[in-house]
Write a protein that binds this ligand. Structure first.
Ligand SMILES: [Zn+2]
Length: 78
């Protein structure tokens, strides 16, 4: 008796969408800028990148700035 169950690969959930879509404070969509921001801060000053991306309010900048620091930590909250 052999069962042939389809193998389902589990795709990794870690990817480009690890940031909330909108700023918690003002509701501005920040996820669209996240990918470019993440790539550019490797070589550029994060503050300059935020200016360039049009993320000018402090509440939104904080969303991206603080998020970078948290990515590597990934506190085990559920
Ligand atoms: Zn904001």
């Amino acid at each position: 008796m052999e069962g042939q169950g389809p193998e389902q690969s589990v795709k990794s959930l870690t990817g480009d969408h690890m940031i909330p879509v909108r700023c918690f404070t003002c509701g501005k969509v920040v996820s669209s800028a996240w990918k470019e921001y993440k790539e550019r801060i490797v070589e550029e000053d994060p503050k300059d990148v935020l200016d360039d991306l049009g993320i000018k309010r402090y509440c939104c900048r904080r969303m991206l700035l603080t998020h970078v620091e948290l990515v590597d930590v990934m506190a085990p909250y559920q």
